[in-house]
Design a protein around this ligand. Structure first.
Ligand SMILES: [Zn+2]
Length: 484
């Protein structure tokens, strides 16, 4: 590490220590907003305003995403991007700091994984970096990217398709966990999310059923065909579905019915043949019932591939920052939460996780996969939730506005900003990342899986959010985060 990098990291540590209350306010505000994907209006405004107020130039509608933002600071090369998500999940309203299921607003959306802390980590790191860039006069640009709708795999493939990463040298993704670590290799799956809409002809179900062409029958027959297909899928592929529309009432033969499928696989190429066979099954079901079928892709993402050399730089910064020294009160809360969730009562992790890899690929996906095939990408897992607590479960939300989330997220911001400083001050590291990335992807050429003319689904989750927002507003924290 150069002297300049060392001094910059001191500036960053001072900035983050001084602004710990602002970090908590930002993270908690996002927690109480609990906005669903594509409806993150307040969250995006709060963060866009903060960054703009500190001198970043902010694009408030990248690729047409009204709840996304891209904030830029600095000039020249390298260009280091940080991107993360800040969406909540439906039906996961949960009070923070209690060790039992207790909703904030009955039935409302809630953060139950910690995307609120992801975003607070990213924005705080950006503000700290801005101060370091000003004081120590680095060349290079930091690009802070707000990514809507992660839970439904929405925004980042559009950003890549539309060129936001064309001139990026390194991309970094902070994500909450209970561990402090970085890994590399293929870690998450490719996915295509598709609606199959069947249309037939309605008729009175008792008086003239022979006149009807039943779209729900087509959905059921498709389901049956897919159950047979399951036996013949390549290992590693998975698929799952929900019926999103099945008619209105039994005495009317449904003229319309829809089913929503996810297809997942270890590589981008592996998912396409499965989707093609599913399309044939759907056509067969339509033929059998005298219906028509249309498919529409909701989202499509590449698997996440993390570059080894970027992971090493992140890990060196984790080693330098170290695990937060958890208080006895925090440990006690963690153990009580683990007991309530029926998990081993091990408390919070006392130490960082040593570097190892490559990671084991899991069958879940993240919409940042496309970025990881376009440019070298690293992921920072920071320790701001309780070990063994499941995501998307009441217990996953119980620590998210406590000092565990605040202190773990702040430690994450320090590592994230420190990693960026390393890349801004040492061109050899950027070159090393590029070489490592090229050897990882081999001869694979990235191309977007979403159609080239696809536009963002702006009204996704709008009805659900409108229904609950008025009751949730009563719990929004007073005042705004102020970073100095
Ligand atoms: Zn997540």
């Amino acid at each position: 590490m150069t002297d300049k990098a060392d001094l910059a990291k001191r500036t960053i540590a001072d900035f983050l220590d001084r602004n710990a209350p602002a970090f908590a306010k930002l993270s908690d505000s996002l927690f109480y907003f609990s906005e669903l994907g594509m409806q993150e209006h307040r969250s995006a405004k709060l963060m866009g305003d903060l960054l703009e107020g500190h001198g970043f130039s902010v694009d408030r509608k990248p690729s047409g995403f009204e709840t996304g933002f891209v904030a830029r600071y600095g000039r020249g090369r390298p260009v280091i991007a940080i991107h993360t998500e800040y969406d909540a999940n439906p039906g996961n309203s949960q009070q923070s700091g209690v060790d039992e299921p207790r909703e904030i607003v009955a039935g409302a959306p809630g953060h139950c994984e910690g995307h609120n802390v992801n975003a607070a980590c990213m924005v705080s790191a950006a503000l700290a970096l801005k101060q370091a860039i000003d004081e120590h006069e680095f060349a290079g640009e930091i690009r802070i990217i707000g990514a809507p709708g992660e839970e439904q795999l929405i925004s980042r493939p559009y950003y890549v398709r539309d060129g936001l990463f064309d001139d990026v040298d390194i991309a970094l993704h902070p994500h909450i966990l209970d561990e402090f670590r970085s890994d590399f290799g293929l870690i998450q799956a490719a996915a295509v999310s598709v609606d199959f809409h069947f249309s037939g002809r309605s008729a009175h179900a008792a008086v003239a059923p022979w006149d009807g062409r039943d779209a729900l029958d087509a959905v059921i027959l498709m389901d049956s065909g897919m159950a047979q297909l399951r036996e013949h899928m390549m290992p590693g592929l998975t698929m799952h579905r929900v019926v999103t529309h099945g008619g209105e009432q039994p005495n009317v033969i449904p003229a319309r019915a829809s089913v929503w499928w996810y297809f997942r696989g270890p590589t981008a190429e592996s998912v396409d043949p499965l989707f093609a066979r599913a399309r044939d099954v759907a056509k067969g079901a339509a033929l059998m019932t005298g219906c028509e079928v249309e498919t529409s892709i909701r989202a499509a993402v590449w698997p996440v591939l993390l570059t080894e050399k970027v992971a090493e730089v992140i890990q060196r910064n984790i080693d330098a920052v170290g695990m937060p020294g958890w208080t006895e009160g925090e440990q006690d809360f963690a153990r009580r939460l683990q007991r309530a969730a029926g998990k081993p009562e091990i408390g919070l992790r006392p130490a960082i996780t040593p570097f190892s890899g490559p990671a084991q690929q899991i069958s879940a996906s993240n919409d940042c996969g496309d970025i990881s095939w376009k440019v070298p990408m690293g992921r920072l897992w920071f320790p701001a939730n309780v070990p063994h607590i499941p995501f998307h479960h009441w217990a996953g939300g119980a620590a998210l506005a406590t000092s565990i989330a605040h202190r773990g997220g702040l430690a994450g911001a320090r590592v994230l900003a420190g990693t960026v400083v390393d890349y801004l001050t040492d061109p050899a590291l950027v070159e090393e990342a590029r070489t490592s990335f090229r050897s990882c992807i081999g001869d694979t050429v990235y191309h977007p899986l979403i159609p080239l003319d696809q536009i963002p689904p702006r009204s996704l989750n709008a009805g659900l959010m409108e229904r609950y927002r008025p009751a949730m507003e009563a719990f929004y924290p007073a005042g705004e985060p102020v970073f100095t």
